[in-house]
Each structure stands twice: as structure tokens, then as C-alpha cells.
Write a protein that binds this ligand. Structure first.
Ligand code: FES
Length: 256
């Protein structure tokens, strides 16, 4: 979803034939959820402002051109929205195909466990890939203009690791850091295949103001950011969320 809107005014719209009334300023994505319609997404959640980068949540609005992102488009009175037309599904398959072509192919070797990206590939019915699997070769050194190996794992943080080969640059981690934790530790550097999350100036996570709160790891929809303990020991069978005065995110730890 997307964060809740706070307004006394409401708008009423139709989503896939279902009428729903929501506070003014609510995104179409959130209104859809209120109406019981799940819109595919990778770069939005309830905790941070929407950014509209993954292009999976596109919808059609009767009488309007284009396919706007439902996470960044506010619900409006009287509009009629479709979320699952064949045209939209085909766009989503195309987007996922591009993501998967630059992503390691071996999900079984990834510790991500419940991976939103893998679920999404299944949801949109992706089978095969017309662009090759460049991302599968993520261990090969890839050096950018500054001599930086932009596909190199960043294991500088004591608690979690970042694998740029699995990153779709949705910036959920950057937004979680800023908006949930109030820390401006992370940024996106590079363009296209060379994009990666850093502390800025090609510095690794440890050189940033990171307080290791883990908000970025929780927000990541792929296996790009993972706790080192999960990489080493696998996903816990059971976890507890706790909060303390140190940060507002909540720690998740394995309970015996
Ligand atoms: Fe809307 Fe990613 S969820 S563009």
C-alpha cells in the first residue's frame, strides 16, 4: 500500500467495478486495497512516501490517456479505475522480464526466503526471458568509470549485506532510512546497470551515518539487502518484533 491520507473530505470512486469511499489525498493503490483489490507493486509500502519507480502498479482510468502509477496517483471523485486489463498485465510482464534479465537467476541459492520479486514474477505469469540473463553473471567483476566494481557485495555493515546484483533500485531502503529512521545514510549512485545503493561518494554502508536499525532490510522487496545472520543460518522459523528507545523501527530476532 501507501501511507494513509488524513483529510475530513472524502472521494468516492469505482475500482474494478467496486465502489469505495476514501479520504481525499488517498492513493488509488490504497483505495483499491480498501475495496478489496490488490494492485501489483514492488516499490511502495504503507510506511514511506510513494515514489512511482517500479511501474508495476499501473492502472487505467476511464476517459484518461496513459497508464498512471496507482501508488502516486490520488483517488478522485467519480473516476472508474481498472487494475487488471490484459494491456496492464502485458506491461507488467514486460517490466518484470526486464528486472529478471538483470537479476541472478538462481532463487534457490538466495537466502531472501519470502521474496516479493519472485512472487511478482509468478503473479504476472512471467516465463522465460527474451533479453538473456546478464544478471545471473553477477559474480563477474563489473567496473565503472571510477574503477569501482559496482556489482561487488557490500558487507561493510556488521549486521547486514547489500548485493547490488539483486537490487532493482526501487529506493525503498533510502526512503525507509530517511522517513522511518530520520537518518540520511543511503543514496542511489550510478545509472542503469551500474546503479547501486551506497553511502554516497562510492562509500560503503559503514562509512555512512547508518545506525544499523534494519529499516532498509525490512523494506527491501528483493534479496538485495539481507541480514548476515539470515544469509549464514537461513530464515528463522519464528521471529519477534521489539522496539526500544534507540530507534522506532523494531528489531526482529530469532526466538528459540
Ligand atoms: Fe507504484 Fe512501484 S508500486 S510504481
Amino acid at each position: 500500500g501507501t501511507p494513509a491520507a488524513r483529510s475530513d473530505k472524502t472521494v468516492t470512486l469505482t475500482i474494478d467495478g467496486r465502489s469505495v469511499t476514501v479520504p481525499e489525498g488517498t492513493s488509488i493503490m490504497r483505495a483499491a486495497r480498501e475495496a478489496g483489490v490488490v494492485v501489483p507493486k514492488l516499490c511502495a509500502n504503507d510506511m514511506v512516501k510513494s515514489f512511482g519507480s517500479c511501474r508495476l502498479c499501473l492502472v487505467e482510468i476511464e476517459g484518461r490517456n496513459g497508464t498512471p502509477a496507482s501508488c502516486t496517483t490520488p483517488a478522485a471523485d467519480g473516476i472508474s479505475v481498472s487494475t487488471g486489463t490484459e494491456r496492464l498485465q502485458s506491461i507488467r510482464r514486460g517490466v518484470m522480464e526486464l528486472y529478471m534479465s538483470d537479476h541472478p537467476a538462481d532463487c534457490a541459492a538466495c537466502a531472501a526466503g519470502d521474496c516479493e520479486m519472485a512472487h511478482m514474477a509468478e503473479t504476472v505469469g512471467l516465463s522465460g526471458n527474451r533479453y538473456g540473463m546478464e544478471g545471473a553473471n553477477h559474480l563477474a567483476p563489473s567496473v565503472d568509470d571510477h574503477g569501482i566494481n559496482f556489482k561487488e557485495l557490500d558487507v561493510s555493515n556488521p549486521y547486514f549485506a547489500y548485493d547490488p546484483a539483486k537490487c532493482i533500485v526501487c529506493s525503498l531502503c533510502v526512503r525507509a532510512c530517511e522517513e522511518q529512521q530520520g537518518t540520511f545514510a543511503l543514496t542511489v549512485e550510478g545509472r542503469g546497470f551500474e546503479s547501486r545503493i551506497t553511502a554516497g561518494m562510492d562509500e560503503p554502508f559503514l562509512q555512512s551515518e547508518c545506525v544499523s536499525c534494519g529499516a532498509c532490510v525490512q523494506a527491501c522487496p528483493t534479496g538485495a539487502l539481507q541480514e548476515k545472520s539470515v544469509i549464514e543460518m537461513g530464515m528463522p522459523d519464528h521471529s519477534e518484533i521489539t522496539t526500544c528507545a534507540y530507534c522506532g523501527v523494531g528489531c526482529s530476532f530469532k526466538a528459540e
